[in-house]
Design a protein around this ligand. Structure first.
Ligand code: BES
Ligand code: MN
Ligand code: ZN
Length: 523
């Protein structure tokens, strides 16, 4: 869909969208349209339920004696309550309403709204962003779509004062949307198309944006001692991969402590790269199980197809890197994703196997379906050792238990750092990707004690999401860290204002905001 910004000249025909505030208060453009149509808009409103409340849409075909094909009124509620999320939601609803009516193109009249938090240019940019996010479809495998089911909407033009500014404000949002779209595509693709090597190849395409992308295969990972990750992939015919993405938007630090202000690195271990504090990267780590059968501890058949999206954490990290590089974010960020397929076979890992992780800690694998934590154990440790990041945030569709706890409304947040947890929660709230903090604690940690190894990969009966997080915490070694269990939010069964059903792209907008809000001004 083409999104454009133009000067506020209300067209005299075609499809026009205009806004209405609560209690049927018309925006300036809606008033002009109403006059041109000899009061038809007000008459239609008063004859029905449309009150200008947020999320209300009223499409009026061929109104009055004018030459408009359609005028669409969109409610925004109280002017004082209009924030970025509400503006984005309105953009999404416009897109959905026009698409379901079979409209091909429309103009959206964006006015200055008295009492609103921001001006017309900001509003136009947020509307366009919402429309772009909502217009997403994954229909590449539908070869027999009926004409009436195909998307029709080709272009939206946002009319406002200072449309050049609107276009400028939209550019970074467009980059974020491209990241979200990329993530949604990766999550939606089936597991015969997206497997570790093909997912790594998708990540490689970020090189076009200036991201450094390295792909490690099984041989390299074996050399590094990644027995936990490799054990998960050993039953699959597909080779496991570890992808390392680096974006040095705040300037690449010099290696070996020769960096700025003559500061010397205190650390001497290989690959630490001796970075001075402000340049040390933020690290995002993703679980990329491209299909999770459960392995020998195999899952039931019903619903197993959902496990094609067990790589959503890795897809969010890849999409985040795309968003950050796309908008040239002034921050140093690394993304690391562990990509494996969890299959049962003659070479598969068995329940009871003991593996040695890169950290040296041994793990008794009592359930081969608790595989995500095994992948993350080595990915987290590798990230910590190689980059000495300022903080680590991992994303994973880690446990069914988090869906029992939080449903599909919020992701679980676990952290060893209250400040980090607060900043993540705030970013999530700002973009509508909500987080709910869950506890960690010594007593929970005890439940993964093993008689045969340093730990086992499952806990006792209860608190499945927490014991999984406790397991991860054993591989972060004091680094400020947060774990987002996104099992309930990576996929949606219903359309929402800016998130159509299917792969949601959860995490990209949240973490982009987290980076922008907290780590870019200082650069
Ligand atoms: N990928 C699953 C978690 C999951 C379940 C994600 C449902 C999305 C929807 C994970 O690998 C898993 O199988 N976890 C087990 C852990 C258990 C064996 C300790 C679970 O949650 O049942
Ligand atoms: Mn599993
Ligand atoms: Zn899994």
């Amino acid at each position: 869909m083409k999104l454009a910004f133009a000067a506020p000249d209300l067209p005299e025909k075609g499809v026009v969208v205009a806004f209405v505030l609560e209690d049927r208060e018309l925006s300036a453009s809606a008033r002009i349209l109403n006059d041109r149509l000899r009061g038809a808009l007000v008459r239609v409103m008063e004859a029905g339920r449309f009150k200008g409340k947020k999320d209300q849409v009223l499409a009026i075909p061929a109104p009055g004696e004018g030459s408009y094909d359609r005028v669409v009124l969109v409610g925004l509620g109280k002017a004082g309550d209009i924030d970025t999320m509400r503006a984005q939601a309105a953009g999404g609803r416009i897109c959905a309403a026009l698409a379901s009516d079979g409209v091909k193109s429309a103009s959206v009249a964006v006015d200055v709204l008295e009492g609103a938090e921001f001006g017309a240019a900001e509003m136009a940019a947020e509307l366009a962003y919402g429309a772009r996010l909502r217009s997403y479809r994954f229909d590449k495998y539908l070869t027999k779509q009926k004409e009436e089911d195909k998307p029709t909407l080709e272009a939206l033009t946002f009319l406002c004062d200072n449309h050049t500014r609107a276009r400028k404000l939209f550019a970074p949002l467009d980059a974020i949307a491209a990241g979200v779209t990329f993530t949604r595509d990766l999550v939606s693709e089936p597991a015969n198309v997206i497997y570790p090597e093909s997912l790594a190849a998708k990540a490689k395409t970020l090189e076009d944006l200036g991201v450094e992308v390295e792909v490690l295969g099984e041989k390299e990972m074996r050399k590094l001692g990644m027995g936990a990750l490799l054990g998960v992939g050993q039953g699959s015919g597909r080779e496991s991969q570890l992808v390392v993405m680096q974006w040095w938007g705040a300037g690449k630090p010099d290696a070996e402590g020769k960096g700025k202000k003559g500061k010397k690195s205190t650390k001497s271990d290989a690959g630490s790269e001796g970075l001075d504090e402000a340049k040390r990267p933020l690290a995002f780590i993703g679980k990329g199980v491209t299909f999770d059968t459960g392995g020998i501890s195999i899952k039931p058949a019903a619903g197993m197809e959902d496990m094609k999206w067990d790589m959503a954490g890795s897809a969010a990290v890849i999409g985040l890197m795309k968003a950050l590089a796309g908008r040239r974010a002034a921050a140093n960020v690394v993304g690391v994703v562990g990509l494996v397929e969890n299959m049962p076979s003659g070479t598969a890992q068995r329940p009871g196997d003991i593996v040695t992780s890169m950290s040296g800690q041994t793990i008794e694998v009592l359930n081969t379906d608790a595989e995500g934590r095994l992948v993350l154990a080595d990915a987290l440790w590798y990230t910590k050792i190689r980059f000495e990041p300022r903080l680590m945030v991992d994303l994973a569709t880690l446990t069914g238990a988090i869906i029992i706890a939080l449903g599909n409304e919020m992701a679980g947040l676990f952290s060893n750092d209250d400040g980090l947890a607060t900043r993540l929660s705030a970013a999530g709230k700002a973009v509508g990707e909500l987080l709910w903090r869950m506890p960690l604690g010594e007593e929970y940690d005890k439940s993964i004690k093993s008689d045969a190894a340093d730990m086992k990969n499952i806990g006792n009966r209860g608190a499945g999401s927490i014991t999984a997080a406790q397991f991860l915490q054993r591989f972060v070694d004091g680094t400020p860290w947060a774990h987002l269990d996104i099992a309930g939010v990576a996929w949606s069964k219903k359309d929402a204002a800016i998130v159509p059903k299917g792969g949601t792209g959860y995490g990209v907008r949240l973490l982009d905001r987290f980076v922008a809000e907290n780590y870019e001004e200082e650069a």
